[in-house]
Design a protein. Structure first.
Length: 200
């Protein structure tokens, strides 16, 4: 089996994203004015230049994982691809350690560090960093381990609207329904605008 690498390609803006016209080489500001042409930024790329308005949402398709939705955010120190982050109303991110953040959750598609810009998955299936072997259970953020999720109950938090895929191990294993395997310490997560709340 081959090790799987995500390969999302942008197909369209989402309703209300503020983006009109060609995607991803042009965009309009939230006021509707045509902005200067910017370089296209792929889903798995980090940029030191802001190429889209913060909060822009697009749909993209991966041949194995299918269609997913992504939001354009600013990065935060130490972020790596697959990290779970929370984001605020100004579209800045916090690399969640399971204690210090509650709010909307997204999965980093690149190593998007401070003063950088990148795409974060908010709907659909994508790869997420895991603390250990996982089963198909609701996702919890792991205390004091920034950016990773687990299937063990963590009293300080619970990720709503998210579920880890069955049969994926920290050492890498087959993605359900395919011959591909996940990279070590990653699993497939299915999310639908997830949110971090206090676990009960």
């Amino acid at each position: 089996m081959a090790t799987f690498a995500q390969s999302f390609k942008i197909v369209s803006p989402t309703l209300g994203s503020g983006v009109q016209g060609p995607i991803p080489t042009d965009f309009r500001t939230s006021e509707g004015a045509l902005a200067s042409s910017k370089s296209a930024q792929s889903i798995d790329a980090t940029s030191t230049v802001q190429n889209y308005p913060l909060g822009t949402r697009v749909k993209a398709v991966d041949p194995v994982l299918g269609e997913a939705e992504f939001v354009y955010l600013t990065g935060v120190a130490s972020t790596v691809a697959g990290d779970a982050v929370t984001f605020k109303g100004d579209f800045t991110t916090v690399r969640d350690n399971g204690v210090n953040s509650k709010g909307p959750l997204a999965i980093a598609m690149s190593a998007c560090v401070a003063s950088n810009y990148g795409w974060y998955c908010v709907k659909g299936r994508c790869l997420v960093n895991i603390a250990g072997d996982v089963t198909a259970l609701p996702a919890y953020l792991v205390d004091a381990t920034a950016g990773v999720v687990d299937d063990a109950i963590v009293a300080s938090n619970h990720v709503t609207n998210a579920c880890l895929a069955l049969g994926l191990a920290a050492g890498g294993s087959a993605i359900v329904g395919t011959a591909d395997t996940t990279p070590a310490n990653k699993a497939v997560i299915l999310i639908n605008d997830p949110y971090v709340v206090l676990a009960v």
